[in-house]
Design a protein around this ligand. Structure first.
Ligand code: TYM
Length: 333
């Protein structure tokens, strides 16, 4: 195997819906902050966007929108490879081969599958793609010899499954894949819903005050933060037991990069009103330049499509030799 000089990072995001503060603080912001430390590959996983009912025109629009979001938050396509998953056919091909060595029991045990399939009362409406979702994710990662997979807490189990699949393949067919590691940051790895800190912030929820979206107007951001659930105690401290407050403080900490101590000192003798006002100001100010870049990128769809095509060519140049190695290992070449 010929491996890249710097450790390689791979991560992805589904195009479905608009990115929220959880996606941003748990994953994207860190991808941007660490751009020069790793050899980075980032992907809009449009094939994963098909595992639940979807509309083709919307999928096309959202894939471009998520690509623009990744550029707008600060990923630089000259310092990383940025592309859409379906543009590199090797993802689907490798997924099939991995399917043939992955026990169904491993997939049925995945928490995300259990949660999503439990929500769907009619079993006939759960697609095989939903069950297979983590195998495609494993293919995404190992197709690029990635060492490190920076994700939020909710994707840890999928990355661990990827390790199991890669290790099993290496055992059965000989050393072929790098076995990757999940990397989950301490703060921000699990941003919770503002209205209900027992539920994670998510794209798919229709609770209107749960998530702050990257494209939310300042008024909407202020309203959601003002209504955020807290408790009846007074002092402002990073205490995981006080989930609502802890979540607000975590968002402030990751956005400002201030230490926990400094933040606690700032709010000595102050109340939730002060904290919420400052947090809303910080989020609005942080998102403003991102929103401006997003709008200008979306106004030039041809440029976005050109950038996506360039990313796909660069990704395919890395994926092709790995796929050739796999075909040889399994007897297809
Ligand atoms: P997705 O699209 O659900 O989320 C993208 C990233 O955002 C993180 N995230 C969060 N972090 C903190 N708090 C939250 N509330 C929160 N919600 C989401 C996710 O952990 C993720 O890092 N299966 C993946 C996409 C994927 C992928 C891959 C990731 C496909 N192939 C290969 C890594 C490597 C997903 O659905 O992410």
């Amino acid at each position: 195997m010929s491996l890249p000089a710097r450790p390689r990072t791979f991560s992805g995001i589904k195009p479905t819906g608009v990115a929220h503060l959880g996606n941003y603080l748990g994953a994207m912001k860190r991808w941007v902050d660490e751009q020069d430390e790793y050899d980075n590959i980032y992907c809009v996983v449009d094939l994963h966007g098909m595992t639940e009912p979807f509309d083709p025109a919307e999928l096309r629009r959202e894939t471009r929108g998520m690509f623009a979001t990744l550029l707008a938050v600060g990923l630089d396509p000259d310092r990383c490879v940025l592309f859409a998953q379906s543009h590199v056919h090797e993802h689907a091909e490798l997924c099939w081969i991995l399917n043939c060595i992955t026990p169904v029991g491993w997939l049925e045990r995945m928490t995300q599958f259990k949660d999503k399939s439990r929500k769907q009362s009619d079993r006939e409406r759960i697609s095989a793609g939903l069950l297979d979702y983590p195998v495609l994710m494993a293919a995404d990662i190992i197709l690029y010899d990635a060492h490190v997979v920076p994700v939020g807490e909710d994707q840890k189990q999928h990355v661990e499954l990827t390790r199991d699949i890669a290790a099993r393949f290496n055992r059965v067919f000989g050393d072929t894949f790098v076995v990757p590691e999940p990397r989950i940051q301490e703060a921000g790895a699990r941003i919770m819903g503002l209205d209900d800190p027992t539920r994670k912030m998510s794209k798919s929820d229709d609770a209107p005050n749960r998530s702050i979206f990257i494209t939310d107007e300042p008024d909407a951001i202020r309203r959601k933060i003002a209504r955020a659930a807290t408790d009846s105690r007074r002092e402002i401290r990073f205490d995981p037991e006080r989930a609502g407050l802890f979540n607000l403080l975590t968002i402030l900490q990751v956005i400002t990069n201030d230490s926990n101590d400094a933040i606690e000192r700032r709010y000595e003798g102050k109340g939730y009103g002060d904290l919420k006002r400052d947090l809303a100001d910080a989020v609005v100010a942080h998102l403003a330049p991102i929103q401006e870049r997003y709008r200008s990128l979306m106004a030039n769809p041809d440029d976005l499509d050109r950038e996506m095509a360039r990313g796909a060519e660069r990704a395919a140049a890395i994926a092709r030799p790995v796929m050739a190695r796999v075909r040889k290992a399994v007897g297809l070449a």
